[in-house]
Design a binder for this molecule. Structure first.
Ligand code: BTN
Length: 293
């Protein structure tokens, strides 16, 4: 190749790297319980979820390949367009919280457990919080609460089959409020808290992420091998609002009743005013019990 050709190719490679990784602060490779977790960290990104949705499309089309022994993890210091459940906005102020999306190959033989994946992630987050001294509760279907306020939200999506394999792409997005101030928490449209608000001290975000990896792996493996039976007791004992009156919105309709807990598949049990017990596998709690003054 001529020296002009070499310079031109060098220029193109540099341009591509700069365009793709312009904002990527660094890349690291961790091993956790025999699994390789490849992490790319961005200073600012629109959304770690959006970023990995694009990667998911490439895996499905065959444009990219991935070994089943790997997880991809994208984290950021700040998101400019963080996405929450029901396509709501997820507040993602700079430098205070953990914003993380995992891309995980998920066996297609275990797709029936799809509804239980977010619940399992919530159990993992609750165990993490217990390890560092908090007393979390789980709000059906997949919110982690401290002191009746949300500290962690989970957004799970399954994409198609990774081309040439028997595994689907699973995306798990986690927003974990670590050092967000009380002032910011109070500007949000639902009761929200952070570890800092609860404990009065700052927390190391990397420590939280390390424990996230640990508990996610532990519990997702448990779900794959033991199905939801293996997760059910851990979810049941941390469930908030059991025995209290609730309103659940499902498919645009509100249902009122007394919360009876969850069934063996993870559905929410509500005893209605007419005595009938209704089970919800979709929907969300829209009205919690009145707080005592
Ligand atoms: C919820 O509404 O409870 C789910 C919130 C999920 C937020 C996380 S933050 C990291 C990832 N990137 C996003 O844009 N959303 C998820």
């Amino acid at each position: 190749m001529t020296s002009f050709g070499k310079i031109f190719i060098g220029f193109l490679v540099t341009l591509l790297i700069n365009t793709y990784f312009a904002n990527a602060v660094w890349y690291e490779r961790n091993e956790e319980q025999g699994k390789v977790i490849e992490r790319t960290h961005f200073k600012t990104i629109n959304s770690t979820q959006l970023h990995l949705r694009e990667e998911a499309d490439k895996l499905v089309s065959g444009e990219r390949r991935m070994s089943s022994n790997r997880w991809n993890l994208v984290t950021a210091d700040e998101q400019t367009a963080g996405i929450g459940q029901q396509n709501r906005m997820w507040a993602s102020p700079p430098n205070v919280n953990v914003y993380a999306t995992y891309l995980i190959p998920w066996p297609s033989s275990k797709m029936a457990l799809q509804m239980n994946i977010p619940q399992t992630v919530t159990v993992a987050m609750a165990q993490l919080l217990e390890e560092i001294g908090f007393k979390p509760q789980i709000k059906w279907i997949n919110d982690t609460y401290l002191d009746e306020k949300k500290v962690c939200g989970v957004l799970c999506e399954t994409k198609g089959l990774i081309k040439g394999t028997s595994e689907n792409v699973l995306l798990i997005g986690i927003g974990f409020n670590v050092n967000m101030s009380k002032d910011i928490c109070e500007t949000l449209d639902q009761p929200v808290t952070s570890l800092k608000v609860q404990s009065g001290k700052d927390w190391d975000k990397d420590l939280i992420l390390e424990k996230m990896n640990k508990y996610l792996l532990l519990n997702l493996r448990k779900l794959i091998h033991g199905e939801f039976d293996a997760i059910y007791p851990d979810l049941k004992k941390r469930l908030i609002y059991v025995g209290l009156p609730l309103t659940v919105n499902d498919d645009g309709q509100n249902y009122e009743g007394i919360c009876q807990g969850i069934d063996k598949k993870g559905g929410l049990l509500l005893k209605m005013q007419n005595g009938e017990e209704k089970v919800f596998y979709t929907g969300r709690i829209v009205k919690k019990p009145e707080q005592k003054k």
